[in-house]
Ligand binder design. Structure first.
Ligand code: GLU
Length: 309
């Protein structure tokens, strides 16, 4: 097997030199300020070691990558009952699409499109004030990453709140079908703040390790979720983690993964590694352009695709 650190150094070099970097998301103005020249990658191994290259220590807005962690929490809190609120099928539509919601009576296709993640935020809110739910999400992620310094970027949360008409439409539409229990502004408050959590590739790779370890954080020994749930979250990441680019990501990279419009991707090589890549420029489907390419090269050279080496 290739030497992991030298593979990471190679993919980082290629990414830093690349000229076609995609376009930084600009519908959340605060995200548009991020330097498109950045690239980072980190790989956390079952023994807790983390290998890094490029800007792997620089915090970025995790955006929709947070949906993996809130799904884990909602499953812990509501068990399989949560599937009455949200499906498990790929949408084949953009991340913020509203079209299927009408046909499917307000039950979003999966927990990773915006509508689905808003429904999950509503489930996490039950029994809590928004501030407590946000605190619970942040604490969960800090525990997973074993790093109490992780914070929410309030400027990003405010920027998205000020430009959140599409997400507000999705939430109101679901509420009109009786699929949201709490006031829409409370649910959106939780959702926008989870998206505004800032993490580095190193922290994100470490936080995802439980999904590579059958639900158990191999570094701390904590059983975060059952092995069956970890397997199922990985399945949903593979099928739905990159919106209408999920098929392309499975084809090129061959790993469960979840992207965010901040340019981050968390990818899981079950039993082998948790990987975080970040480059702010996005492709047409809203997924990190160089992040996907770096993961494609990394998995090929390491033989980590779930479909075989
Ligand atoms: N906060 C973003 C939104 O709701 C998340 C989208 C993403 O990262 O794909 O628009």
């Amino acid at each position: 097997m290739a030497d992991l650190q030298s593979v990471l150094d190679d993919v980082a070099r290629e990414a830093i030199e690349a000229t076609d970097r995609g376009a930084v998301a600009n519908y959340i103005p605060e995200l548009a300020k991020v330097d498109p020249g950045r690239f980072g990658i980190a790989v956390a191994l079952p023994d807790g070691q983390v290998h890094c290259a490029g800007d792997a220590q620089m915090a970025f807005s995790i955006q929709s990558v947070s949906k993996v962690f809130t799904l884990t929490m909602a499953l812990g809190k509501h068990g399989d009952n949560m599937w009455s609120r949200v499906g498990r099928e790929p949408s084949g539509n953009p991340f913020n699409s509203i079209v299927q919601l009408e046909q499917e009576q307000g039950r979003p296709r999966n927990p990773f499109i915006n509508a689905g993640a808003i429904a999950v935020a509503d489930l996490i809110l039950s029994g809590h004030q928004p501030r407590e739910a946000i605190g619970e999400i942040l604490r969960f992620i800090r525990d997973l990453a074993d790093d109490g310094s992780i914070t929410i970027d309030e400027r990003v949360a405010r920027s998205e709140t000020a430009h959140g008409d599409r997400n507000a439409s999705l939430a109101h539409f679901m509420k009109s079908f009786g699929c949201i229990d709490h006031p829409v502004d409370h649910v959106l408050g939780v959702y926008f703040h989870q998206c505004a959590i800032a993490m580095s590739c190193r922290q994100l790779a470490r936080a995802g390790l439980y999904l590579a370890g059958e639900g158990r954080d191999p570094a701390s020994g904590a059983q975060v979720i059952t092995s069956q749930r970890a397997r199922r979250i990985n399945a949903i990441m593979l099928m739905c983690g990159h919106y209408d680019g999920s098929g392309e990501f499975a084809y090129r990279v061959g790993l469960p993964g979840k992207s965010g419009v901040g340019g981050g991707i968390l990818a899981i090589a079950p039993g082998k590694a948790s990987i975080a890549a970040w480059s702010p420029g996005l492709d047409a489907a809203g997924n990190s352009k160089l992040g996907s390419t770096a993961l494609e090269h990394l998995t090929r050279r390491m033989g980590w695709s779930v479909f075989g080496s």
